[in-house]
Design a protein around this ligand. Structure first.
Ligand SMILES: Nc1ncnc2c1ncn2[C@@H]1O[C@H](COP(=O)(O)OP(=O)(O)O)[C@@H](O)[C@H]1O
Ligand SMILES: [Mg+2]
Length: 220
């Protein structure tokens, strides 16, 4: 990400942010509410384009991806949100197979991936449950499993523990770290200092749209 500027209605949300995240890194993105964390992530998964500056993800210059290939690009990423964004009328298994059906994979490979992702999240016994029958922590694990079945190179999580209690938040971070340990790059936006203090990692700090710190662990 090079000199990235993004404004909404003339008000800058990111004011010239440059940084580099290596393959297989685990990075926290933090800063107060309104600092630009969600904007930073949205630009990375090309939900929108910057006003100026350059963003390269996984070797792709995001401004140069033709519109019809944007969906293909997004499938290389797993995105996780605070509110889980599960399909509420579909079972756990259907939430996962919905994503897999977007890929052109043999049925057996789809089933194998769905099972592995759910097992990694400890959810292999909840295939038939509806999201509302699960706890918040379980729902977020379904969301992670849904991200994992795509075998993404990069996972982006926007306040993923925002609807979880402290303990579930820490468990979630352990899961994301175990995914990272297998080689997937993980970027977690959070304003929760406790999480950052407990899970030492490189931490980018945004403040009013500027990158003000890039160091290991929480601010002093
Ligand atoms: N879609 C949008 N439309 C208008 N303003 C937005 C939009 N998204 C973000 N902003 C503004 O950009 C700034 C950064 O927001 P955001 O990236 O959501 O910060 P954070 O995730 O750190 O809380 C805020 O001032 C916010 O109001
Ligand atoms: Mg946000």
């Amino acid at each position: 990400m090079q000199a990235v500027v993004k404004s909404y209605h003339g008000r800058p949300a990111l004011r010239g942010v440059s940084t580099h995240i290596d393959r297989s890194e685990f990075v926290f993105l933090t800063g107060p509410s309104g600092a630009g964390k969600s904007t930073f992530l949205r630009l990375l998964y090309r939900a929108e384009l910057p006003d100026s500056g350059r963003i390269v993800v996984d070797g792709f210059d995001l401004a140069e991806i033709p519109r019809r290939q944007v969906a293909d690009f997004r499938r290389r990423l797993g995105v996780i949100f605070q509110d889980f964004k599960l399909l509420r009328r579909r079972t756990v298994g259907e939430n996962i197979s919905f994503v897999l059906s977007l890929l052109d994979l043999p049925e057996r490979e789809q089933q194998r991936r769905a099972y592995l992702a759910l097992r990694q999240m400890g959810l292999q016994n909840r295939l038939g449950a509806l999201p509302d029958e699960l706890s918040g922590g379980e729902q977020q694990r379904v969301a992670i499993a849904r991200a994992l079945v795509l075998q993404p190179d990069l996972i982006l999580a926007d306040e993923p523990s925002g609807n979880l209690d402290t303990e579930r938040g820490h468990e979630l971070m352990e899961l994301l770290k175990s995914i990272n340990y297998q080689g997937t790059t993980v970027v977690v936006a959070t304003h929760d200092r406790g999480l950052i203090e407990a899970h030492a990692a490189r931490t980018l700090v945004l403040d009013r749209g500027s990158l003000v710190r890039d160091a290991w662990g929480a601010t002093q």
